[in-house]
Design a protein. Structure first.
Length: 79
């Protein structure tokens, strides 16, 4: 699970293999506007630039480092 707090940060919990542990990207999870999930991974859209932060199982979208520079001004994510 992932919850957006009033200060626009995220708290996650559950199985760490499926995104329940976001500590590796916690510093990037600021100004979160929206969170999307699959069974194995999460993606958060952050303001002000619409950047995307991902975490969870890398084989199922939890690692977006290969396209990170393209993930700006994102409006919506489908997965």
């Amino acid at each position: 699970f992932a919850a957006i707090l009033a200060n626009a940060t995220i708290v996650t919990w559950g199985d760490p293999n499926f995104g329940g542990d976001s500590r590796s990207v916690q510093a990037q999870l600021q100004n979160v506007q929206r969170v999307y999930s699959t069974y194995y991974a999460f993606a958060a859209v952050c303001s002000p630039d619409g950047s995307v932060v991902t975490w969870g199982d890398p084989a199922f979208g939890g690692n977006s480092s290969g396209v990170q520079e393209k993930l700006r001004h994102v409006q919506q994510i489908s997965g």
